[in-house]
Design a protein around this ligand. Sequence first.
Ligand SMILES: *Cc1c(COP(=O)(O)O)cnc(C)c1O
Length: 241
Amino acid sequence: MIPAREESIDHTLRRIHARIAAAAQAAGRDPDSLRLLAVSKTQPAAAIASAALAGQRSFGESYAREAVDKITALSALNLDWHFIGQLQSNKIKQIAQWFSWVHSLDDLRHAELLNSRRPADLPRLRVCLQVNLDRESQKGGLQADQLTDFILACQGFERLELVGLMAIPAPRPHFAEQRASLARLRILQAELRQHGFELPELSMGMSDDLEAAIAEGATWVRIGTAIFGARHREETPVPWT
Ligand SMILES: *Cc1c(COP(=O)(O)O)cnc(C)c1O
């Protein structure tokens, strides 16, 4: 049930890479210092396979059950899977087992569960802490002033590797406003570094604010619709995932 798409995934991916390269150049950054996460939530396995054929390796998913179906169906392709959705306790075991990254940690009980469920034969699970930059109650994420305590509380979790910060800022139409908002995540990262916490990764930037995110130091941009086209169904808040 693949909808008519104006362009092939191969073509849209090449366009995104061109946008990334142009934004990196404008920011004086090495394009190799940032990576593209193709957000494939709600997209069928066939679309992911097409992107893989075009060279894309890392994919972002938001719904555990749907993701595990696709991960197992595509296991022969050896892809790199990142969980970017809201975590739920009853899905943590699957997430710890099937993903190499989680971008959306914001709850210590989830950290503890991810740590205890991460299989011993896999590398440590790489984790970004989600920050709620705009204090939006409908979105997940830690408040900025909670980060230090959260990181300290995670230090005993040996199966997790805290590597960075992630944000989904409120949409803003203009480049300058997008930058100002995303700059706050970069500044938080710098403040944490001054306190001795190295969190090199910044997961920020989506289809509409990719350039602003790269200007502000994103290391992972998470792009869905600009690669795959419109999503196949409306995103539903968690319950049935
Ligand atoms: C869906 C989603 C994206 C991708 O958004 P697009 O606007 O389709 O590029 C990025 N990050 C998160 C956390 C998402 O849920």
